[in-house]
Design a binder for this molecule. Structure first.
Ligand SMILES: Cc1ncc(COP(=O)(O)O)c(C=O)c1O
Length: 399
């Protein structure tokens, strides 16, 4: 009997964000001060009103729920999406999964045949291309450079579409850049997609986290005429500080929803019952906590971006949303680390972790060499302290 593992594993790279988190944790365990800007999760605790809603009912979550989520949660998603995003997902078109990452994974499994192309603007969230490859698909990247505000243009999109295009993934606001598309920019992209029959996957998990009056426009509201091929992905992880609860969902055409239900019935059975109840309370509850956290992120965003731009060799765009800054760090190349000059963003990320405990994820994993992703899901004080240490490390570095 062969002990070889499945060859499909060779198609996938491990998550770079989780790898940096593990590296930083090791360093911290060894007693060093570590500034945790690598991890993509809020540093807040899940708000009390959510905890209170489930705390006293724990025995009632003893059993299985329907495979794609409870009716109560789906109705809550529909209601809150109407309230927050201006369109009303139909309950029978919602699939709740174990986080948006799991939902996207299931979507790729449901949609892709070998050779199908999936258009992904780069920089991209690390999991998109890996999930596409895992199911035999081919990621087709469109370059969205900082000079274009990290956004793709309709012309680029038109040029990337082929008869093999099965889907496009649009993430707005974006991980890792924080860039978001305005209503007119989205409209222009969607107009191009009218000439194709591909699925449009809108990852709107950061939709609540926008700043300086930026208006997030959901594709569900903007492009109802695409409902036969539009899939909107969302979840409670980011806006409600609930990454550990693992609840995300997709609103999709009925056939896709049926496919996802079939898969979940043979894999996860259902997302955790208590987490679903907590997510139900989260999205239906008062908005004060979401707003409190959003305002904290807004302030940290300025602290982080202004602080990074004050460091010689680093240059950073002001993001519209999410909680990431994504500076160009090529000006730091040439610093000596381990007896060699740094030549890559990965080199910069390892050097700054070593030199001053600042943990952030190198851009190569996001399809953006030359950049580093700093998550500003940390207090203003911590960000200031870290950037002070980094400034000093850059000033005194050997070149
Ligand atoms: C763009 C994007 N989509 C989806 C997810 C998945 O979130 P979760 O699985 O926690 O719901 C993340 C998390 O980092 C993300 O950044």
């Amino acid at each position: 009997m062969s002990k070889d593992l499945a060859t499909r594993l060779d198609l996938v790279k491990p998550s770079a964000t989780l790898a940096m988190t593990a590296l930083a944790a090791d360093l911290k365990a060894s007693g060093k001060t570590v500034y945790p800007f690598g991890v993509g999760q809020p540093d807040f605790q899940t708000p009390d009103y959510i905890l209170a809603a489930v705390r006293d009912n724990l025995p009632s979550y003893s059993g299985y729920t329907p495979a794609t989520g409870t009716v109560a949660l789906k109705e809550a998603i529909s209601e809150s999406t109407l309230r927050d995003r201006g369109w009303e997902p139909k309950v029978d078109q919602i699939t709740v999964g174990v986080g948006a990452k799991h939902v996207l994974f299931n979507l790729m499994m449901v949609l892709l045949n070998p050779g199908d192309e999936v258009i992904i603007p780069a920089p991209y969230w690390v999991s998109y291309p890996e999930q596409v490859r895992l199911f035999g698909g081919e990621p087709i990247f469109i370059d969205a450079p900082p000079s274009a505000g990290f956004r793709i243009t309709p012309e680029q999109l038109k040029a990337a579409l082929t008869p093999k295009t099965k889907a496009i993934i649009l993430c707005s606001p974006s991980n890792p850049t924080g860039a978001a598309y305005t209503e007119s920019q989205l409209k222009a992209l969607v107009e191009v997609l009218a000439d194709s029959d591909c699925y449009i996957i809108a990852d709107e998990i950061y939709g609540e986290l926008v700043y300086d009056g930026f208006q997030h426009v959901s594709l569900g509201k903007l492009a109802p005429e695409f409902s036969e091929r539009l899939i909107v992905v969302d979840g409670v992880s980011k806006a409600y500080a609930m990454t550990g609860w693992r609840i995300g969902w997709a609103t999709a055409p009925k056939a896709v929803t049926r496919g996802m239900a079939k898969l979940q019935g043979q894999s996860t059975t259902n997302p955790s019952a208590v987490a679903q109840a907590a997510a139900t309370a989260a999205v239906l509850g008062p908005r004060d906590d979401v707003e409190r956290m959003r305002q904290a992120f807004a302030s940290r965003r300025k602290t982080m971006v202004d602080g990074l731009n004050a460091i010689e060799g680093i240059s950073c765009e002001m993001p519209d949303g999410a909680f990431y800054a994504f500076p160009d760090v090529r000006g730091l190349y040439g610093i000596q680390h381990d007896g060699k000059p740094i030549e890559t963003a990965k080199g910069v990320a390892l050097w700054q972790l070593d030199a001053c405990g600042v943990a952030a994820v190198a851009g190569e994993a996001f399809g953006a060499p030359g950049h580093i992703r700093f998550s500003y899901a940390a207090s203003d004080e911590l960000i200031r302290e870290a950037l002070g240490t980094l400034t000093e490390a850059v000033r005194t570095a050997n070149r």
